[in-house]
Write a new protein. Structure first.
Length: 532
């Protein structure tokens, strides 16, 4: 009886390898009638023979028979474009590498669009991709294998391109050497990207464009350009929102922007959260381009009419990010007959630590179009310092006309937070430090209404520059602050519209002069209560 049981066990083990079941991973198997081993369709898996025809044949037959799994055993599969089909899963086993052909002619040409679109080719087109699907649903790419786009510069096809797809899972795979967007999605909904590793991409990492219900979790991303970049371009031929997006538990290494909404921003962005992420510098042996340090950690940008609303970003660690926080409202007006600004409001950014920054952050609205309801809470930023007070707003005005990137704003009059054209801003428990003494203001607010500053901690300025500089600020509460001993001047206020500024419950015992009014400001514009 014992030997009979042993014979049954051995038989079942053999069946998992070559019989009616294929073992895909621990405790997971797929029935043979719904699985298609690409080797049986003529794939050589030698890294030299082009396996495109064999791989596509396996995908097509899987679809024709109602769907299932196309199985890639260990080996190197050299290929051009592969077309995803509904109800088909690609499973790349451990040791399997899907290698892109070095010849761009092996990939499908750009599709023809019957509308004018101002976005670039990388954003607009999807057929020129290594693995792509259009108008397909219930698709998946997963396994412990690798997709290698086989590029050494910013060129070639997208790695994964999905256009108007639904119910998508991309899980556990590794993507390497992408010369174009690694995972690009347009009008694609109900997406789960989990445990994906992206190494050495020369373009964007993951771009959800006009997508709904997207989850990105537990990923590692290396990119020269933006790492995670939600967009709302006109690439569908109409405007559509990106909404219901979560990003969590990711490590992001970039030389551009770690998380950026925009700049393609014709449609709206709403209901988006980012949490529990590390943002740092992509260190590569290949010096592909500068800047070498990330431009920004968090960039929220509406310049083409987008309404950005209900964004929560929390528990983020940043290292060597030049501009940790960048919020920008503009009126570039791509794909608008008449450019009209959108809105940027209801933003919560909390529990952030950042080191080696140029400045703490920027909140830049437009005259008559303020950024509204921004809460910055529990934030600690260490800046390089060494700035001079001569870095003035003239540089800001020039930068506002350029491409809407934080990197365009070099000369700013603060090492902390620069806020311009905003309403309902709360800065609470915000700590700033400088590696080198900085002669600029810690905070500069210009045309700001309904401002709250609570428990702000700042280094002592090495000269007589005020720690806070207000220009046309209305209805501001400054409370629970304790400037360091030796502070020359705490607050300087200017502008005939400044009014309703209240200093409440602050410790000014180490300050030589608390307030310096400009000649244009009203006598009763600033009130001091319960301070000591």
């Amino acid at each position: 009886m014992r030997f009979k049981n042993l014979r049954i066990i051995l038989t079942l083990s053999a069946l998992f390898v070559s019989g009616p079941f294929l073992l895909l991973r621990a405790r997971t198997f797929v029935p043979a009638q719904n699985s298609y081993n690409v080797l049986t369709f003529g794939a050589k898996a030698d890294g030299k023979t082009k396996d495109t025809t064999a791989l596509q044949k396996a995908i097509d037959e899987c679809r024709q028979n109602g769907g299932g799994t196309v199985y890639f055993p260990a080996g190197v599969y050299l290929s051009g474009s592969l077309h995803l089909k509904s109800n088909v899963t690609l499973y790349l086993d451990n040791g399997a590498t899907l290698l892109a052909s070095p010849d761009d002619a092996d990939f499908d040409p750009f599709e023809k669009l019957d509308f004018k679109n101002d976005a670039d080719k990388e954003t607009s087109y999807f057929h020129f991709s290594f693995i792509w699907g259009e108008d397909v649903d219930h698709i998946a790419i997963f396994g412990q294998g690798t997709i290698d786009s086989n590029r050494k510069d910013r060129s070639g096809p997208k790695t994964i391109g999905l256009k108007r797809c639904r119910y998508v899972t991309i899980k556990d795979i590794t993507i390497r050497n992408a010369g174009n967007y690694s995972i690009s999605m347009l009008g694609t909904d109900d997406v789960n990207i989990d445990g994906v590793s992206i190494f050495a991409t020369y373009c964007d990492g993951i771009d959800p464009d006009c997508c709904h219900n997207v989850r990105i979790s537990n990923c590692y991303i290396e990119s020269w350009d933006d790492a995670i970049c939600p967009k709302t371009s006109y690439s569908l031929g109409y405007h559509r929102s990106t909404e219901n997006l979560t990003v969590t538990n990711c490590i992001i290494a970039t030389n551009s922007n770690a998380f950026k909404l925009g700049t393609e921003s014709g449609g709206d962005f709403k209901h988006i959260t980012v949490s529990n992420c590390v943002m740092t510098t992509y260190k590569s042996k290949v010096n592909y381009r500068e800047p070498s340090k990330p431009i920004s950690g968090i960039s929220l940008i509406s310049v083409d009419g987008a309404h950005i609303d209900d964004i929560t970003i929390t528990n983020i660690s940043m290292d060597k990010v030049r501009f940790p926080i960048f919020l920008r409202l503009g009126n570039r007006g791509r794909d608008q007959k008449t450019p009209v600004p959108g809105t940027l409001k209801n933003i919560v950014i909390s529990n952030i630590t950042a080191s080696d920054a140029l400045i703490g952050g920027m909140i830049l609205g437009m005259p008559g179009h303020p950024i509204e309801n921004v809460n910055l809470q529990n934030i600690k930023i260490s800046c390089k310092g060494g700035g001079t007070i001569e870095q003035a707003e003239a540089d800001i005005k020039k930068a506002m006309k350029k491409y809407p990137s934080a990197f365009k704003f070099r000369g700013v009059p603060t090492f902390g937070i620069y806020t311009r054209h905003a309403k309902g801003v709360v800065v609470e428990n915000f700590q700033l430090t400088c590696e080198t003494p900085d002669a600029r203001h810690a905070l500069v607010c210009n045309d700001v209404a309904d401002l709250t500053i609570d428990a702000l901690k700042m280094p002592v300025s090495p000269n007589t520059a005020s720690q806070l500089f207000f220009q046309d600020v209305r209805n501001a509460d400054i409370r629970n602050c304790r400037p360091g001993a030796g502070t020359e001047l705490f607050l300087e206020a200017a502008g005939k519209n400044s009014n309703g500024i209240i200093l409440l419950n602050n410790d000014f015992s180490g300050v030589k002069k608390v307030f310096l009014p400009d000649k244009d400001i009203g006598k009763n514009s600033v009130k001091s209560e319960f301070n000591f």
